[in-house]
Design a protein around this ligand. Structure first.
Ligand SMILES: NC(=O)c1ccc[n+]([C@@H]2O[C@H](COP(=O)([O-])OP(=O)(O)OC[C@H]3O[C@@H](n4cnc5c(N)ncnc54)[C@H](O)[C@@H]3O)[C@@H](O)[C@H]2O)c1
Ligand SMILES: N[C@H](CO)Cc1c[nH]c[nH+]1
Ligand SMILES: [Zn+2]
Length: 438
């Protein structure tokens, strides 16, 4: 990892140092995704099977995971794995249960009552990536809030393994979080199938979950079509930024940087520190730890686009972080809580030496589906709210309309919208007839 001293960089160099590995939005990816979507719309299940053969090298008879496959999965995983999945579900459930919104109601003026109530999204599609690693933890992060929100239809798609099966931990996590419709489909074809429906995969209103370029581009494209589906957020290649001072442990920092680098070749890990000494020690620790990893080849490529930035002080480090808007931000400084009010743009934050990013990935309780590419500046990570809609209600008494009606009539007149005005006037006339309006 290369070390850059922030104050030595001109603005162009600073922008380069904080640039992400580009999201491949080339015309070729966008055209190819458009073609995949069109194939799935035209030929449904048959197109999904053909595309699975092309991109995943698997021939499938059925897309739906059968009850027998769910049962086999139950018996094939260890008691320890089941227990770990249950602990994750328990903590993620606790943190998402307390996010349940309460209804609000207020009388804005006498006789005019406004209310807001949450409703679950009725049909949701959950995408669990599976290109390079099966992610049962993502099933937990998607399934738990969908179930707590009360979404009646939950459909899960994930790419099949080379033998046409789905990782059993994914199936067990699905069952345990209340999902029983799992389909063997990955990439853009899975997103298209959930957006428009196929013979076997039901269409949904909103699609959730992270994924690679193909998945992300497909989520964006199906949302543009009124017949398609909305999506949660652009959640692409994993990224982490660590802010550390001279008291932090170089080994801990290196382990955190590598934990995200190992996700994929396009992951990005950045250290920002006010200590040159720490920066140098981290370079060494990263190299030592990297050599021990089973995914060292992937992590090594990700590290080529990862960086270490040295700053004059921690305030400058925080400003850099807010400019970058990392998916994950780790604060390894003395008294980390004293810096939280200065953090504005980050998906999820890990405070102090005993809060590695991995705990949020798996089981602390927070959600690991988080905005990448700097979208943390504008959107939040997944939460219970993502699976709910807020419906507003208003109820006016006759007295309420008598008080508010003339204002609405006036505003409608300002906009030249006679029918709007008339919808009030016609009622006020009737109330006048009853002696209720002047
Ligand atoms: N931001 C988050 O919250 C978060 C959480 C977990 C994982 N992630 C990220 O999700 C990503 C998962 O990516 P992945 O690739 O492992 O799995 P994936 O499931 O997203 O993609 C695999 C699918 O991509 C399709 N595909 C592959 N090559 C293709 C090609 N040339 N043309 C068309 N389609 C093709 C295939 O259909 C395959 O099934 C990683 O980048 C990881 O860092 C992000
Ligand atoms: N770090 C990923 C989100 O960027 C989530 C994950 C799943 N498993 C391990 N990590
Ligand atoms: Zn991770």
């Amino acid at each position: 990892m290369k070390i850059f001293n922030w104050s030595d960089l001109n603005s162009e160099e600073q922008a380069f140092v904080l640039s992400r590995p580009a999201l491949d939005q080339s015309a070729s990816v966008s055209e190819k995704v458009a073609q995949i979507i069109s194939q799935v719309r035209q030929n449904g299940d048959e197109a999904v099977k053909a595309l699975t053969e092309t991109f995943d090298g698997v021939t499938l008879d059925h897309l739906a995971v059968s009850p027998a496959e769910f049962e086999d999965a139950e018996s094939s995983i260890s008691a320890r794995s089941r227990e770990a999945i249950l602990t994750a579900i328990e903590n993620v459930s606790k943190f998402h249960e307390v996010q349940k919104p309460s209804s609000i109601s207020i009388e804005t003026m006498p006789g005019v009552t406004c209310r807001r109530e949450a409703r679950p999204i009725e049909r949701v599609g959950l995408y669990v990536p599976g290109g390079t690693a099966p992610l049962p933890s993502t099933v937990v992060m998607l399934g738990v809030p969908a179930t707590i929100a009360g979404c009646p239809l939950k459909v899960l798609c994930t790419p099949p393994r080379k033998d046409g099966s789905i990782d059993p931990h994914i199936l067990v996590a699905a069952k345990l979080t209340g999902i029983d419709q799992v389909y063997k489909a990955g990439g853009a074809q899975a997103i298209a199938a959930m957006a428009f429906g196929t013979g076997s995969i039901p269409s949904v209103s909103k699609i959730f979950g992270p994924g690679n370029t193909w998945v992300t581009e497909a989520k964006l494209q199906v949302a543009k079509d009124p017949a398609g589906a909305m999506y949660d957020m652009p959640a692409g290649p994993s990224e982490v930024m660590v802010i550390a001072d001279e008291n932090a442990s170089p080994d801990f920092i290196a382990s955190d940087l590598l934990s995200q680098a190992e996700h994929g070749v396009d992951s990005q890990s950045i250290l920002v520190t006010n200590s040159k000494h720490i920066a140098e020690q981290v370079v060494e620790a990263v190299m030592t730890q990297l050599s021990q990893l089973s995914r060292k080849d992937i992590a090594a490529i990700a590290l080529e686009k990862s960086r270490i930035i040295t700053t004059d002080n921690l305030s400058e480090a925080l400003a850099i972080s807010n400019r970058y808007g990392p998916e994950h931000l780790i604060i390894q400084v003395t008294d980390p809580e004293s810096w939280t009010s200065k953090i504005h743009n980050a998906g999820s934050v890990f405070l102090g030496p005993w809060s590695p990013e991995s705990v949020g990935d798996y089981a602390s309780g927070t959600n690991h589906v988080l905005p990448t590419y700097g979208y943390a500046k504008a959107v939040s990570g997944l939460s219970l709210d993502s699976f709910l809609k807020q419906v507003t209600f208003q109820n006016l008494s006759a007295e309420g309309l008598c008080s508010l009606g003339p204002t609405v009539e006036h505003l409608a007149e300002l906009e030249g919208l006679d029918a709007h005005k008339n919808a009030v006037s016609i009622r006020l006339q009737q109330l006048k007839g009853k002696g209720l309006s002047s």
